[in-house]
Ligand binder design. Structure first.
Ligand code: ZN
Length: 161
């Protein structure tokens, strides 16, 4: 009899613990509402599907998901998504050339890079999240793919609205 009570208590406690463990998860997920999600894709034709990305100034955090809709490997047709001031675009692209694939074609420690994803190949997807506080209202921002030869075609403007 006593054993049975202990057993039911254990089960009850486990059920409660399960519930309690569930509640903090919900609370923890709540701030994700403040993350504004953007998506962009690149293909085997060296193109992004968008030349302009917009985000509200009220977004505390931005998450950009890059999808490679092509079939070619990262070594042949790699794409990344790199954000910087428009004024820094050429410098980031040029310095990224020599950085190589292991550095995602971004000069290590490049302070001009505000956010970037890794280089991905066909069929892959990757994301980067950053605080919008890293950007200044009124400044002009651009994004590009720093894979060699791509930046002339794969670029666009990043607007805060
Ligand atoms: Zn590319």
């Amino acid at each position: 009899m006593y054993g049975r009570i202990v057993l039911s208590t254990v089960i009850l406690c486990a059920a409660l613990a399960g519930r309690l463990a569930f509640l903090p998860n919900v609370a923890h997920a709540a701030p994700a509402v403040g993350v504004c999600k953007l998506s962009i894709s690149g293909d085997d034709m060296m193109r992004f599907d968008q030349t302009e990305l917009k985000v509200s100034k009220d977004c505390p955090e931005v998450e950009v998901t890059l999808t490679h809709t092509g079939k070619l490997a990262a070594q042949v047709m790699g794409h990344n998504w790199v954000l910087m001031k428009t004024a820094d675009l050429a410098g980031v692209a040029t310095d990224g050339l020599g950085a190589g694939l292991p550095n995602d074609y971004i000069k290590p420690g490049d302070a001009r890079v505000i956010a970037h994803t890794k280089v991905i190949g066909g069929g892959q997807s990757t994301a980067v999240r950053f605080a919008l506080s890293k950007l200044t209202a009124g400044e002009s921002y651009s994004f590009l793919c720093t894979y060699p030869g791509h930046s002339a075609f794969m670029k666009g403007v990043f607007k805060i609205t």
